[in-house]
Design a protein around this ligand. Sequence first.
Ligand code: ATP
Ligand code: MG
Length: 364
Amino acid sequence: MKIMAIDDEPGILRMYGRHFKKLNYEVALAESGAKALELLATERMDLLILDQAMPEMDGMETFAQIKKRFANPPPVIMATAHGSLHLAVEFMKSGGSDFVQKPLDMEILVIKIERAVRNAEAEAEVERKLRRAEAELSEARQLSAISRIAASIAHEVRQPLVAADLALSEAGAAEARGYVRNALQIIRTMMRIYRGKPNDAPVPTDVNREIEDALSLFAHKSGNVEIRRDFSPNAVVSTSGNLSRVFINLISNALAAMNGTGRLYLGTRGGESHVVVTVEDSGPGIPPENIPYIFEPDFTTKKIGEGTGLGLWMVRRELDACGGSITVESEPDKFARFVVTVPRDPSKHGNGHEKGPQHRGQIV
Ligand SMILES: Nc1ncnc2c1ncn2[C@@H]1O[C@H](COP(=O)(O)OP(=O)(O)OP(=O)(O)O)[C@@H](O)[C@H]1O
Ligand SMILES: [Mg+2]
């Protein structure tokens, strides 16, 4: 810890020097306010002890100059003459850390030094946290409503349109019409999602139906994939979110991974407080080293132009918003299994900013 003592009396400066060295503090001594400012410009100090009564620039003036010139000045303790309490009060009001009265009681001074340094560190930590939170917030804002909608629309609409393009160039109009219908269905879904305000009242939602809706978008793409539905009849939740969006992304990933052949298992289970949905495919699975990243925006192993890497990120956001959670398990070359848990009543499970009964976004 480095302390600078500022006092015009050489005897007092020497006394500070001796005393602080004994305590293993590093010490810098300044015989005037001007000298203190000069030293501060080149050396980082952890604390200043500043005499009030100095010729030319007194303690208050020196303190004012320090605040003016340095963005994050160290804590300052003022040494005032006995009886000048009003000055001490003024100093504290203007941002001083503490004061001591002369003649000095070194024991008290040391207690005050350590306390001031501790407080300054705690304040700096709060400041750092605040900055980090602000940075995160501004990042979140950058993904403003409009850009998110744009990203989602592009994401959802791209694939069927590319397929329609191909079909139109290669085959008959009937097939092309099927793809276009898919695109329209997606757009309808998107509109349903984005028309609503975030605090729309939750409505009863049949999870099995949401899965069927999602599946219907991929009828043309499932090829030889065997689809097994294992639906429990009471899979109803109350939500203002759009769960089909979650299942669209999970099913799309599963089908892409299986590349036309394999088994897709879709199961729902209605528990007392939650509905649990399993989406499992018999594709190549996810390498363990990728698992920590798959929910991050922009993470994709697909070729450029084939995947945006936003799918699972959106899944997690959607689930966060309705108090749900998702976990993933995979065995390479055997399966990838995503398990989604949605509360039946979101009002009992917060808005996604607290932990639900399953760890939200937990990766198994
Ligand atoms: N069922 C799955 N089997 C194997 N890998 C998967 C599966 N689901 C996701 N992944 C892996 O996670 C990555 C991220 O998935 P995500 O849905 O976020 O983006 P994407 O599918 O690559 O792109 P997009 O969804 O924009 O088309 C995928 O690129 C893939 O590597
Ligand atoms: Mg995807």
